[in-house]
Ligand binder design. Structure first.
Ligand code: ATR
Length: 274
């Protein structure tokens, strides 16, 4: 922290230019009347950036692509869920001791619970990367039943075996019997807005579809799902909830989730119009 000045928070990623995290966090601190600065850094050498957290007394850091896995080995401690997922998106600096957390899974769960019950429901999870691991961890923690679907069969099978759930090749998604489908791949993310991970259409039995992509707010997948009569949910809520959870960890105070969401939604809409 600056001597008598604002609390300093940072975003570590590469690239970070288009991130909406600074806008979202600054909106929250302003409303919470916390004197804080949230600064994005396009990190070149992660190890040295992490040293700078201690060196400069930065209170908390959001970690984004491509550093969420790499950062684990530079921390003093990793909270259990983050260790099991194998990814850290949040660092808390307690007097020079750096602890890593994963608020992607907890943010995802908070948002999904606003959308539907999780306990006992079946979820088709598209993708087998880091985002899929966080989503799967969240579903299992809440008593849901996941099925992994992935384009590269072996990668998906390995992940499904590790967590003890079933697997379907993405090309066979039509046969999926699930209450809800969740896209964790980046397919459909701007500027590739005309792509969908389910080119063959929405599996008939699914009545709900979630996309963790939030830019655009309605991806091709969600548009197809809406047209097929499904209830849909964008990644906006997950994004806001993972950030809100970071603020709770850093400040111990409750962030204004609704105005954070409103601000991010408005900026996304503005960007879409231009
Ligand atoms: P992240 O850590 O953000 O989840 P990742 O580890 O690169 O990113 O994982 C991306 C996931 O999206 C993978 O499961 C990938 O499928 P493959 O294992 O077959 O590569 C999936 N993915 C990316 N592009 C895809 C596409 N065009 N169609 C289907 N799946 C895709």
């Amino acid at each position: 922290m600056l001597d008598g000045g604002p609390m300093i928070f940072a975003l570590f990623g590469n690239p970070v230019g288009h991130s909406l995290s600074p806008l979202m966090h600054q909106t929250a601190y302003r409303e919470m009347k916390i004197n804080a600065l949230y600064v994005p850094f396009c990190v070149r050498i992660l190890e040295e950036a992490v040293r700078g957290i201690r060196g400069m007394g930065i209170r908390g850091v959001s970690v984004t692509l491509p550093f969420k896995s790499e950062v684990l080995r530079h921390l003093d401690e990793v909270e259990e869920s983050a260790g099991r997922i194998g990814a850290v998106n949040t660092i808390v600096n307690d007097g020079g001791r750096l602890c890593g957390y994963n608020t992607d899974w907890s943010g995802f769960v908070r948002d999904l619970k606003e959308f539907m019950p999780i306990q006992g429901k079946t979820f088709g999870v598209l993708g087998a990367g880091g985002a899929a691991r966080a989503v799967l961890f969240g579903i299992l923690a809440e008593g849901g039943k996941p099925v992994v679907l992935n384009r590269t069969v072996r990668k998906g099978e390995i992940l499904a075996e590790e967590i003890g759930c079933s697997f379907l090749p993405l090309s066979e998604a039509g046969a999926l019997d699930a209450d809800c489908i969740i896209n964790t791949t980046s397919v459909g993310l701007a500027p590739q807005v005309e792509n969908s991970p389910l080119e063959g259409g929405i599996p008939e039995k699914a009545s709900r579809v979630v996309d963790i992509v939030y830019n655009p707010l309605e991806t091709k997948l969600l548009r197809d799902a809406r047209k097929a009569g499904c209830e849909t949910r964008s990644g906006l809520g997950m994004f806001v909830h993972q950030g809100a959870e970071q603020i709770r960890l850093w400040t111990g105070e409750e962030p204004p989730v609704e105005s954070m969401k409103r601000t991010v939604r408005e900026m996304l809409k503005q960007n879409e119009e231009n």
